[in-house]
Design a protein around this ligand. Structure first.
Ligand SMILES: *[C@@H]1O[C@H](CO)[C@@H](O)[C@H](O)[C@H]1NC(C)=O
Ligand SMILES: *[C@@H]1O[C@H](CO)[C@@H](O)[C@H](O)[C@H]1NC(C)=O
Ligand SMILES: *[C@@H]1O[C@H](CO)[C@@H](O)[C@H](O)[C@H]1NC(C)=O
Ligand SMILES: *[C@@H]1O[C@H](CO)[C@@H](O)[C@H](O)[C@H]1NC(C)=O
Ligand SMILES: *[C@@H]1O[C@H](CO)[C@@H](O)[C@H](O)[C@H]1NC(C)=O
Ligand SMILES: *[C@@H]1O[C@H](CO)[C@@H](O)[C@H](O)[C@H]1NC(C)=O
Ligand SMILES: *[C@@H]1O[C@H](CO)[C@@H](O)[C@H](O)[C@H]1NC(C)=O
Ligand SMILES: *[C@@H]1O[C@H](CO)[C@@H](O)[C@H](O)[C@H]1NC(C)=O
Ligand SMILES: *[C@@H]1O[C@H](CO)[C@@H](O)[C@H](O)[C@H]1NC(C)=O
Length: 838
């Protein structure tokens, strides 16, 4: 080796070392202390298996652009250790790769190991095999459980250490979590609960990660665990010691959705209000749950009945597109908060009343640097408050941020950000291969045999058995079959079936006779049947739809047909009970056993005619991918209920036939003022909770992709189609009275006197504004997509805006009468613009 090479190696190792400096992370009563400096931090949840490694860099970049400092994720035990002792960190499970990408982007990581994670994830993240360990009791002071929990936690910590991922090693992880929301259920675990939590804290601490640990929703978290808050609002929360900072681990940016229910959303103004109130009231770290929710691929969704989409109304939508204005409005908030950081970390807030339902909080350094938050939490009334020698407008349910205790740079109710209307653009789906459009070739199919096909896995047991204990969740499906069932004749009688859930199909003599589903409360159905003289068969197919993930002892909640199963309505008035008969059982479907999802089996038929609206039918076709780079979805309208696979990878359970009640309380534009909960703002009444199902681009080839569907209740595969996820209209609306966004984003934001400004920017690079269907300066009404002119309207505005914006990738317009004309003095006017980009 020549000396030049030695020098090069030396230089390279110096360079490598310089990007891996250990960072000392501790905390005090005010904040996280990073290398001796208190920090005010913004975090957001992205769960790595809910997207693909190909999507991760873009999601992380958009998080950073949105002003996040930290990305938070759970660790999903049942993904990583599907069988005890067999670990899997490949593909979407590549936790190390995900953390490295976050670190490379310059962001920190909060690693919530759990290993119980809830997360609307199957069985709360626990592997099912835990349930079968002798003597085990989960989440309590139980030796078999603690051994497993410690083993997995140690395994993850060791993996992180091997890769130098803790901040103490120069990596991005600055916080970790053990357990999860145990305080919510603790009392139900009796006297074993506290010793368990103390043990968990001690066990975690003993792992010597060099970074602090948190326990969320755990008021009695022992030192040095930081107890943190989860909720829609956490401004009222205080940690259990004045030596611990006030952290919010889950600010719910929306809510998850369930099949059969309308879809919840949470207005941006209220999310921003909740966040700003938290920082106002001594909070120094919050995490949006979720920042990107993503997709529950495969059978990973919990529940039961949670949808495959885990969009969560998050700032990044399920497909990874910016959800606007939420993303932009929070980005502005984060910038405003950062302008206050110096003052906020120097002291605790001094809060004084400004009148009814309003207050000011001042943070001041010894040198006199001053930041203030002014809040009005009245659900209806705007107010004008007097603070620090000036008057300030405070809209109802809003917080204003004054990084110099004088100038308002941000108000949570005044959205400067662009609004974007996402849409699914249907793609051609005609039969016949065509490499340039998304098209299906012809279909082949397989009729799943009803009941127990001759199979060595079938078994006979006296009486009815619980399903999860029997399937160990290897499949959603279990058959309960009985032939020659006590009664050899009977017309117009009922088959009565009671099940713990989640979905039931009852076949009599091979024909679907009835079905039922039950959410939490189980199933009880009376199915009219006519028995044939002689031997009859009853085949009950029971399904799980995502195992429960939350609540005390959720792991013990059973499923399946535990009875009674009876014939009722006999002429002589009596009941024939079948519950303790010799039932034959089969876990899973034949199609699963012969690996139809992988598409390779020989059982497929394509003659004589495509079966339509027939239950328990498998379908297969090939297709070419929709052209372009936009995210892809499949529209399952026309199908009933089932599961689907693309090139052998499960895209999840689908159920478009499950329509939410039309009479529900849905509004498209919900009033953000006043206390929010997940029932307040709903969309999609009278519609399926999910119609479009995400197919990650990286799972698709240009042509020759295989789609397999298992249809349970009957559907028409000719009806399905592809769509791409695009941004349609973009809009902005800014009032004369708004703080100027340019103030916020310029370096000398306080001295530079700028005017309220409307900014429009195309959502994607290489786009320009091609059309401006709406422009109005005055008092326009409506929202993006439905703007209308008001009575007052400037004549010049249209010409000025078109000149500034058409043909440009972005444009800015001063929202003043000097610039746009004076259509009506003494009225607070706003400029509203709608645009298309291409
Ligand atoms: C880390 O910071 C804490 C307080 O900020 C300090 O007490 C401690 O000595 C530091 N540790 C190292 C290794 O620098
Ligand atoms: C902020 O912290 C200080 C000091 O602990 C306390 O006096 C004050 O009440 C806190 N404010 C809020 C809103 O929690
Ligand atoms: C808090 O602010 C009020 C009003 O400005 C002031 O009178 C009081 O002295 C302040 N309290 C502290 C602890 O600084
Ligand atoms: C196939 O694609 C070509 C090119 O886009 C188009 O002209 C043609 O109409 C398509 N054919 C079918 C059957 O969709
Ligand atoms: C009833 O039919 C089933 C299925 O064909 C058969 O296995 C069973 O032996 C029959 N029972 C009697 C008593 O004939
Ligand atoms: C599952 O099996 C275990 C052990 O046999 C039993 O204790 C438990 O009650 C069963 N669970 C249900 C829900 O039936
Ligand atoms: C009622 O009718 C069923 C079916 O014929 C029979 O099995 C049962 O014994 C009868 N019960 C009584 C009380 O007669
Ligand atoms: C499905 O397609 C058929 C024609 O093939 C049509 O009659 C029917 O209305 C469609 N159903 C749905 C739900 O789109
Ligand atoms: C606006 O209000 C002021 C003061 O209330 C009044 O003097 C003036 O005439 C008003 N102007 C218009 C155009 O109404």
């Amino acid at each position: 080796m020549g000396s030049g090479t030695v020098a090069l190696v030396f230089l390279l190792s110096v360079a490598a070392a310089s990007v891996c400096f250990a960072v000392n992370v501790t905390y005090d009563g005010r904040a996280l202390v990073v290398d001796g400096k208190r920090r005010v931090l913004v975090s957001g949840s992205i769960h790595y298996p809910r997207s693909t490694p190909e999507m991760w860099p873009d999601l992380i970049k958009k998080s950073k652009d949105g002003g996040l400092d930290i990305i938070e994720t759970y660790v999903f035990w049942n993904l990583h250790e599907p069988n005890r002792g067999q670990f899997d960190f490949s593909g979407r499970k590549d936790l190390v790769k995900f953390i490295k990408l976050v670190g490379e982007a310059g962001l920190f990581v909060h690693l919530r190991i759990g290993p119980y994670v809830c997360a609307e994830w199957n069985y709360g993240g626990f592997p099912l095999w835990l349930h079968f360990l002798p003597g085990i009791q989960l989440r309590t002071d139980n030796a078999p459980y603690k051994i497993e929990m410690q083993r997995f936690t140690a395994r993850i910590v060791a993996l992180m250490k091997q890769n130098n991922l803790f901040a103490s090693q120069g990596g991005p992880i600055i916080l970790s979590q053990i357990e999860n929301e145990y305080g919510n259920v603790e009392s139900e675990y009796g006297s074993s609960a506290k010793p368990y939590i103390d043990w968990a804290a001690q066990m975690a601490t003993s792992m010597n990660t060099g970074v602090p640990w948190v326990m969320c929703q755990q008021d009695d978290a022992p030192d040095p665990m930081i107890n943190t808050c989860n909720g829609f609002y956490c401004d009222q929360f205080t940690p259990n010691s004045d030596q611990k900072p006030k952290f919010w681990t889950e600010l719910w940016s929306g809510w998850f959705s369930s099949f059969g229910d309308p879809v919840p959303y949470r207005p941006a103004e209220d999310v921003a209000f909740a966040a700003a109130r938290f920082y106002q009231k001594n909070g120094t770290l919050l995490n949006y749950y979720m920042y990107h929710g993503g997709t529950n691929f495969g059978r990973t969704s919990g529940g039961p009945f949670f949808t495959t989409s885990y969009d969560y109304d998050a700032p990044l939508d399920e497909f990874g597109l910016l959800r606007q204005p939420k993303w932009g409005h929070l980005k502005d908030l984060h910038k405003a908060i950062k302008l206050c950081e110096e003052a906020m970390v120097a002291a605790v807030g001094n809060t004084t009343s400004l009148g009814q339902n309003s207050e000011a909080t001042v943070y001041q350094t010894e040198s006199g640097q001053c930041a203030a938050f002014l809040a009005n939490w009245d659900g209806q009334l705007d107010s004008i408050v007097y603070f620090n020698g000036n008057y300030y407008d405070l809209p109802a349910w809003s917080v204003s941020i004054l990084p110099d205790c004088k100038n308002v740079v941000y108000n949570t109710a005044k959205v400067n950000s662009i609004t974007a209307i996402p849409k699914f653009v249907p793609q051609a789906s005609q039969t016949g291969p065509n490499s340039s459009v998304a098209s299906f070739s012809s279909w082949s199919w397989f009729k799943e045999p009803v009941g127990i096909s001759i199979n060595r896995d079938a078994f006979v047991l006296p009486g009815l058995v619980e399903q999860i204990n029997t399937t160990a969740d290897k499949s959603d499906f279990m058959w309960y079959s009985l032939s020659d069932p006590l009664l050899r004749d009977g017309s117009q009688i009922q088959l009565h079936v009671e099940s713990l859930g989640h979905v039931l199909y009852a076949f009599v003599n091979g024909r679907l006779a009835g079905k039922g589903s039950g959410k939490g409360k189980g199933i009880s159905v009376d199915i009219p049947v006519n028995l044939e003289p002689g031997n009859n068969t009853i085949d009950l197919l029971s399904l799980t739809m995502g195992l429960q993930n939350y609540g005390a002892f959720f792991d013990l909640a059973g499923a399946g047909i535990t009875g009674p199963v009876q014939f009722k309505g006999l002429n002589n008035g009596s009941t024939v009970d079948l519950s303790s008969e010799q039932w034959t059982y089969q876990v899973g479907l034949k199609g699963e056993r012969v690996r139809l999802p992988q598409g390779i089996s020989k059982v497929w038929a394509s003659q004589p005619a495509l079966p339509i609206n027939t239950p328990l039918t498998w379908y297969k076709t090939t297709f070419s991918a929709p052209p372009g780079n936009s995210p892809v979805a499949i529209d399952f309208t026309g199908m009933g209920k089932g599961q689907a696979w693309i090139n052998g990878q499960s895209i999840g359970r689908y159920w478009p036939a499950n329509i939410s009640p039309a009479s529900g309380n849905c509004v498209d534009s919900c009033n953000y003022r006043g206390q929010y909960d997940q029932k307040k703002c709903l969309r999609g009444c009278g519609k399926p909770a999910q119609q479009h199902y995400h197919i990650p681009r990286s799972w698709l080839k240009p042509t020759g992709n295989i789609l397999v569907m298992l249809e349970e209740i009957g559907g028409n595969p000719n009806n399905i189609s592809f769509a791409t996820r695009e941004i349609g209209l973009i809009c902005a609306r800014v009032s004369e009275s708004y703080p100027a966004p340019l103030d916020l984003w310029s370096d000398n934001y306080l001295t530079r006197v700028t005017k309220p400004t409307l900014l429009l920017e195309c959502p994607f690079p290489n786009q320009v504004i091609t059309d401006l269907p709406f422009i109005s300066f005055g008092n326009p009404h409506g929202t993006c997509g439905s703007f209308t002119h008001g009575r007052c309207r400037s004549r010049q505005a249209r010409r000025i805006v078109r000149k500034a914006c058409l043909g440009k990738p972005k444009c800015s317009i001063e929202v003043t009468v000097d610039n746009l004309g004076e259509p009506c003095a003494n009225v607070t006017k706003s400029l509203a613009v709608a645009a298309y980009c291409s």
